[in-house]
Design a protein around this ligand. Structure first.
Ligand code: SME
Length: 155
């Protein structure tokens, strides 16, 4: 499957940030801002990172959007924690239908979480919340999985 043209050009901007001479944290922050500003249905964009795999905990890293109370999420909890366990992209098109869900804001209607893998291990996730129901297509998934492959090279 090929990527739609707007995601294709956005991926080039992602690549420029990843390859830019900044600190990793600044790059991750710039990526969050780029994605949130570029895609209308991306209302909150953030990275959760696994500092210590044995701790089985996700820790909030750079993000763009409203602050969240969920700064530490154990593996298995919420959409983020479930994606950390399966190491697979998890799309929830209607968060009211997901019982294992951690709400950040009543405005959020849907969510996509894409794991960032390094040598088969989970090192983090890209988490995106949307204020509309069912906005995430296969195009989003393909694009965001490519973004996470590029981000993986920073670790
Ligand atoms: N909704 C997530 C928690 C993180 S916030 O979306 C920023 C979850 O269920 O894991």
């Amino acid at each position: 499957m090929s990527m739609n043209p707007s995601f294709h050009s956005l991926l080039e901007k992602v690549r420029e940030i990843v390859e830019s001479p900044q600190q990793r944290t600044d790059k991750l922050g710039a990526l969050c801002t780029l994605l949130r500003d570029s895609v209308p249905h991306y209302d909150w964009v953030g990275f959760y990172l696994v500092d210590d795999l044995e701790a089985q905990t996700l820790v909030l890293g750079p993000f763009a959007g409203e602050p969240t109370e969920h700064v530490k999420i154990p593996f298995g909890k919420g959409i983020c924690g479930q994606a950390a366990e399966t190491r697979e992209t998890f799309i929830v098109q209607d968060v009211t239908q997901e019982s294992n869900y951690l709400s950040c804001s009543p405005k959020v209607k849907s969510e996509i979480v894409v794991p960032i893998l390094k040598e088969g291990q989970i090192i983090g996730e890209l988490d995106i919340d949307s204020h509309v129901f069912a906005p995430f297509s296969d195009e989003d998934r393909l694009f965001l999985e490519r973004v996470c492959e590029l981000v993986s090279a920073l670790f």
